[in-house]
Design a protein. Structure first.
Length: 382
């Protein structure tokens, strides 16, 4: 048990040290590219010799500053993203030479126009239907355009050889993440929901991907070794919860805390940055640009219409992780996820025949007690 806690502390230390490491890499001449979304093809950025880094967007601290320029009734993730930029309180944004965005929603698309005043911002035009024959060619064209932008800005070349190597590295990291995420499929799960988020957060800010694979694999091996000796992270019998919906982050950990303090076990996530991003690997036998385009375009975000892929993923996860109930987290003013919640509710209650609850919230801690009360009643029912 002590060995596992030491490893978790190493991951926390890696997250805390990441801004310093990025500063040192930037001072050594490494270009930095800030990203926000699971659709951003980080392998193209890596192939250009640049460092992709997820930018700050999950804290309510800079929202007041953003509301001087943006509507108050805008999604908190968008306001936080812009607030961190204008207040220069995100170290990853501070060192970014370029920001890559995408047209997943109208609010982000318009916010990027203002972000471009602060830092050069390239916006990828995401096809938002999968059933049209031109969607995949259009998205591959966007990946190639991004490569051209990176080549021109950083004086480099994104060759197919470099791209193939980058996607192999990311595939290894995604395999390592999938291997550790699936430990929660055991009964009882070998990880808590917060520990799963810790692993995800570490992978996003570990710039040496080989190190990321080693660290994540080491934690997994320790968890498995202890489990073979009878150790369990959580007691048996806890209701098993699948969390879905908007991207999670520090401000939304209040939902995960409420579930697990009420006696539930968060066994899997269908949110950006978890299985939605890692479960499908890039086909290494295909030409790299077309293989990457196919993988990323199948990311089942609510901005797609229709978004049948999300329903398929929820079915798969519910069965694999033997889920007892579904908790959907919806950010206020996130219209695509709010509208799509009807399909998720119908899937959970009618097809999967399991309880479902939707939590609409923002980044403020003011509703934490109310959320805990609702979640407590939901878990007790299970």
């Amino acid at each position: 048990m002590q060995e596992i806690e030491i490893m978790y502390e190493r991951l926390r230390g890696g997250i805390q040290q990441a801004p310093v490491e990025l500063k040192e890499l930037h001072e050594q001449g490494k270009p930095v590219v800030g990203i926000y979304c699971a659709y951003t093809p980080v392998e193209v950025i890596m192939a250009a010799g640049a460092i992709p880094v997820s930018l700050c967007s999950t804290s309510g601290a800079p929202i007041a500053a953003a509301e001087e320029f943006l509507p108050r009734n805008l999604c908190p993730l968008i306001k936080a993203s812009y607030g961190f930029a204008i207040t220069d309180k995100c170290p990853y944004f501070h060192f970014s030479d370029l920001v890559v965005g995408e047209t997943t929603c109208d609010g982000k698309k318009k916010m990027y126009e203002y972000l471009n005043r602060i830092r050069p911002t390239h916006v990828m035009q995401l096809p938002q239907t999968l059933d049209r024959p031109d969607s995949l060619p259009l998205w591959e064209k966007e990946l190639r355009l991004l490569a051209s932008v990176l080549e021109e800005r950083f004086g480099t070349q994104v060759t197919e050889e470099r791209l193939s190597e980058a996607l192999r590295i990311k595939n290894r990291e995604h395999r390592a993440l999938n291997d550790i995420f699936t430990l929660a499929a055991q009964n009882p799960p070998l990880m808590t929901g917060l520990e799963t988020l810790l692993v995800s957060d570490f992978s996003r800010v570990c710039f040496d991907k080989e190190r990321s694979v080693r660290e994540i694999t080491a934690v997994r091996d320790q968890l498995v070794a202890h489990a073979t000796k009878g150790w369990r992270r959580m007691e048996p019998g806890r209701p098993r919860i699948l969390v879905t919906g908007c991207p999670l982050g520090k401000a939304l950990e209040k939902v995960i805390v409420a579930i697990e303090e009420a006696g539930g076990a968060v066994v899997c996530y269908e949110n950006c940055g978890n299985f939605k991003s890692t479960r499908e690997l890039v086909d290494e036998t295909q030409p790299p640009f077309s293989a990457l385009a196919a993988k990323y375009l199948r990311t089942p975000c609510s901005c797609l219409s229709p978004n049948d892929g999300r329903m398929d993923l929820l079915r798969d996860l519910a069965g694999e992780f033997r889920v007892d109930g579904v908790v959907e987290v919806i950010l206020q003013a996130c219209h695509t996820y709010a509208v799509e919640s009807l399909r998720v509710r119908e899937l959970a209650r009618q097809e999967l025949e399991m309880p479902y609850i939707a939590i609409e919230t923002d980044y403020s801690p003011s509703d934490a007690e109310q959320i805990a009360t609702r979640i407590g009643a939901f878990v007790e029912m299970l």
